[in-house]
Design a protein. Structure first.
Length: 494
């Protein structure tokens, strides 16, 4: 006798706005939308995870914010409790703040939340958007949402790092988010550790390992190496914020007035000498990470070895286990050695191009193939404001395919992105109500006193037409030089 399962009826919901993604980008989209919706307007928020937080729900436990915590928020929702402005929040504190942001945003709109639902299909018609979701669990009913507008707040869709797949069975290969990292077996072992990757995750892991186990043998494999913006210079402490350094806006402006699309190495070399920290003998790319001089020194002095190569495999040759490097070098390692995969998290996957505004004008997409800002928090915040103000299909802001540019020139990437941000922000500032700018608590310049922030804004506004023209020409050079999407949505290069 056969037993056929009874299909679970679909859940159907109608709303004014559907936001897909409950990470920090989705919450900034919700904050912006709440400024135009009534308290009785229904907003449906859907996320594939079991709780809000996006990548923060899956990242490693010892992670901390790059930047001072107050600039990581939804709109201008303040952190509670009040902490020292320079405090770098940890994973639990970030997730607590994300939940507090939702508490505040639920007071502004009629918010309905669905967790554990994967995006399936979206169909846009002249009158509405129909979005289908499938439940992550086997017993979850499908979800179908009909909305007047939709925001796909996917961001960078940062994947969870998996252990590196090695041929050898004599070593431990783990990811930073594995429970085994700093667990009992790891802590009780005295076997060497190889940290593979020199970006923020690698630095976080090295710093945590060195400070917790100062006698442990730690090897750091960084390839060509990454430089980080100095946190001490970018966010000068105490009274120094009144008198020293340049605000982020002022520094971006200084670099990008010299950058013309053809000289990225020159600009990178100046940045590296002027505002960066890095491990000795490394540093060939910059990915917008921040690091203090003290953190850098702790890592440099605490590791057993710095390796400027790339791990290809770990193999067993009889009784010997060897690392195989990309250079062809091999080296024997002890059985039981630990390898922690800290290779790059961002934009490792290829996604098809999608414009930030759909052809039908009802769907906004926040993702890296048509980014308007290299931080998806800012992108979501400004895109949704422009969406509701009716400016998004009128204002000639530039999109950029970040994943394509990163593949073609990692050195150029940060300066191209800085130029694009200055160009877009210059246009946006001229086109939105003042409150849109004043409520943007994400702005790094908020670290500085108001008089210094005003000076930076005045510098950007002064000769703004000339600045905008220079930035536009630079972006057009980048589009041509690298053959990537870089222009207005109408000017998409296919």
């Amino acid at each position: 006798m056969s037993h056929e399962s009874t299909p679970v009826p679909s859940i159907n919901d109608d709303c004014a706005l559907c936001i897909i993604g409950a990470g920090i980008a989705g919450l900034n989209a919700l904050f912006a939308a709440s400024r135009y919706l009534a308290p009785t307007d229904k907003v449906v928020l859907v996320d594939r995870n079991a709780a809000p937080g996006g990548m923060w729900t899956e990242t490693y436990d010892y992670v901390r914010l790059h930047q001072p915590h107050r600039m990581f928020t939804a709109g201008d929702i303040p952190w509670q409790p009040v902490r020292d402005p320079a405090y770098l929040a940890d994973k639990v504190e970030v997730l607590d703040h994300i939940n507090e942001c939702l508490v505040q945003l639920r007071k502004r709109v009629a918010l309905v939340e669905y967790y554990g639902y994967e995006f399936g299909e979206l169909v846009e018609s002249p009158d509405q958007v129909n979005i289908a979701f499938r439940g992550v669990g086997d017993d979850q009913a499908p979800l179908e949402v009909t909305a007047q507008k939709c925001v796909k707040a996917f961001g960078f869709r940062v994947p969870k790092n998996e252990p590196l797949p090695f041929s050898s069975t004599a070593v431990h290969s783990v990811s930073p988010s594995d429970a085994t990292v700093f667990g009992a077996e790891f802590s009780d072992s005295d076997a060497p550790v190889y940290i593979v990757g020199g970006g923020k995750t690698g630095m976080d892991t090295a710093h945590a390992l060195i400070t917790r186990f100062p006698d442990r043998e730690v090897h750091l494999v960084v390839g060509r190496g990454t430089v980080f913006a100095s946190r001490d210079i970018s966010f000068p402490p105490g009274m120094r914020r009144w008198f020293t350094g340049s605000t982020t806006l002022e520094y971006f402006l200084r670099l990008c007035r010299r950058y013309d699309g053809s000289n990225p190495q020159e600009i990178f070399d100046d940045f590296k000498a002027d505002r960066a920290v890095h491990l000795p003998g490394t540093g060939h790319q910059y990915m917008f990470g921040l690091l203090s001089a003290a953190e850098n020194e702790t890592i440099a002095n605490g590791i057993s070895e710095l390796i400027t190569d790339y791990v290809e495999d770990v193999v067993d040759n009889g009784a010997t286990t060897e690392i195989v490097f990309r250079s062809g070098e091999k080296r024997a390692v002890a059985h039981g050695t630990w390898f922690v995969n800290c290779t790059g998290y961002v934009m490792r996957q290829d996604y098809p191009y999608e414009p930030f505004l759909s052809n039908g004008g009802r769907v906004v997409s926040v993702q890296p193939t048509s980014g308007i800002h290299f931080l998806t928090t800012f992108a979501a915040y400004f895109l949704v404001h422009l969406f509701y103000l009716g400016e998004l299909d009128r204002l000639p802001i530039y999109q950029m395919d970040y994943q394509a540019l990163l593949k073609k020139d990692k050195v150029a990437f940060p300066f191209a992105a800085m130029t694009q941000v200055l160009y877009n922000i210059s246009l946006i500032m001229q086109s939105v109500p003042t409150r849109v700018m004043t409520e943007c608590g994400l702005d790094f310049d908020r670290w500085f006193p108001l008089p210094r922030r005003l000076i930076g804004a005045i510098k950007l506004r002064r000769n703004s037409d000339q600045h905008i023209e220079h930035f536009r020409k630079t972006l057009d050079v980048i589009a041509e030089k690298y053959d990537i999407t870089c222009g207005t949505v109408a000017g998409h290069r296919g």
